[in-house]
Ligand binder design. Sequence first.
Ligand code: ADP
Length: 427
Amino acid sequence: MSVWRKELITASLLLLSACIIGSITGAVFSALFLVTLFLWICQLLQIRRFERWISAGGKGIYPKTTGIWEEIYYHIYRIKKSDKRRKKKLRKMIEQFRQSTEALPDAAVVLRANDEIEWANKAARLVLGLQQSDKGQRIVNLLRFPDFIRYLKSGNYSEPVILPSPLNNRITLEVRVICYGSGLRLLLAQDVTQLKKMQIMRKDFVANVSHELRTPLTVLKGYLETLQDMDDDTSPLLTNSFKEMRGQTERMQHLVDDLLLLTRLETQQKKTQCIDVPALLGQICKEGDTMENASRRIELTLETAAHLYGEEQDLRSAFTNLLGNALKYSPDDSVVKVRWYQGKDEIVLDIEDFGEGIAASDIPRVTERFYRVENKRRSKIPGTGLGLAIVKHVLMRHEATLAITSELGKGSCFSCHFPLKRVCCSG
Ligand code: ADP
C-alpha cells in the first residue's frame, strides 16, 4: 500500500472515531475539533524537526519517523548522498587535471579578467619565473615586455607572440593565449629556442650558399658568352648547347638573386622613407613596356597621388614581380591593367591580366616558395617560383596584404592592400 494511502486511511479513521465518540457523548464538533487539532500539532512538530535537520546541513542519518515524513527524509537523504558522490568524483577529476597540467613541459597560466593570475603550473614557475604568491597579481606587472603587453591588450590571439624568457634571455618562448569559459584565458608558453636556432641556421645556410654561388656563376656566364661569340654556327648542336647552357645559367642566377633577396627581407632592419609610388609605378611600367613581347601592353591608371612610407627597393621588386608575371602568363597581344587608387580604408594597387588564370585550388599555394603551377605551356616559361614569396614578404614588411582573384581561362588580378596609416603624402 502506498504511503499516501496509509496516511489518508489513518486520518480518516481518526476522524471517523471522533464522529462515533462525538455522537455517543453528544459533542460531535468538539471531538472533530480535538482530532483536527491533534493532527495539526503532529504535523507542526514534524515540520519543526525537519527544519532543524535541514538547517544543520541534513548531515548524517535522518531522525527516526514514519509515514510520509520518512519518505521525504529518505528522498532528501538519497539526493544528498548522490551529490556527495558526484562532488567526490569531480574533485578527483580536478585533481587529476591539476596533476597532468603540473607535469606539462609548457608553462600554463589561467588568467581572470583584468589579466589577473588565477593559477599557474610548475613550468610557469620555472620558465616565466612566476611564484605561488603571484596569484591575483596582474601578469603584465610581472612580464613587462612591450610586445607581450600589446599582444594581451589587442584581444587578437590568432597568432602567437615570441618573447625571451624573463629568467634567461637566451631562452626564446612562443606565447599564445586561448580564451575559454566566461572571461577566462589560458596562457601557454613553449620553449622554442632550439627551433629558432635551427631556423636561423637554415637561413644562414641558404644565404651563405647563395652568396658563394654568385661568383662561380658569373665566371661561368662570362665564359659561355665568350664561347658563344666565338661560335661560327658550323655545328647546330654546339650552338644549341651554348644557348641552353646560357639559359640555365641565367635561371640559376635568378634563383640565387631571389634567394638572397628573400634572406635580406627576413633579416634586414627596415629603413623606411616616403616613396612616390605613382612615379615608381610609372618607371616600372615603362621598363615593362620595353620588355620582350610586352610593347604597349600595359595600361597604367593613377587615381590617387598617394605616397607611401616604405622601402623603395623592396616595393620595386614586389611590383616588378607582379607586373612581370602578368606579362609572362598572358598572351602577347592582351592588355595588362595597373591601377593605383584609394579604397574605403586603404590604398590599393591592382595588377590585372587577361591570361590563362590560376585554378582555385592553386591560389592559396602560389605564394609558397618554389611553388609553380604544373602546366605543359608554363613549364616553358622561365621562373624560379620565388617571385610571389618575395611579394608576400615585402607586403608583410609594409603591413600590407596580397589578395588574388583569378579564373581559369579569363585572367587574374593581384591586389596589394596598404593601410591608410602608411600614406605619407596624398599628392
Ligand atoms: P615564377 O617565377 O614561377 O613566376 P612566382 O612565385 O612569381 O614564380 O609565381 C608562382 C606561380 O604562380 C607561377 O609559376 C604561376 O604558375 C602562377 N602565377 C603567378 N602569377 C600569375 C598570373 N598573373 N597568371 C597566372 N599564373 C600566375
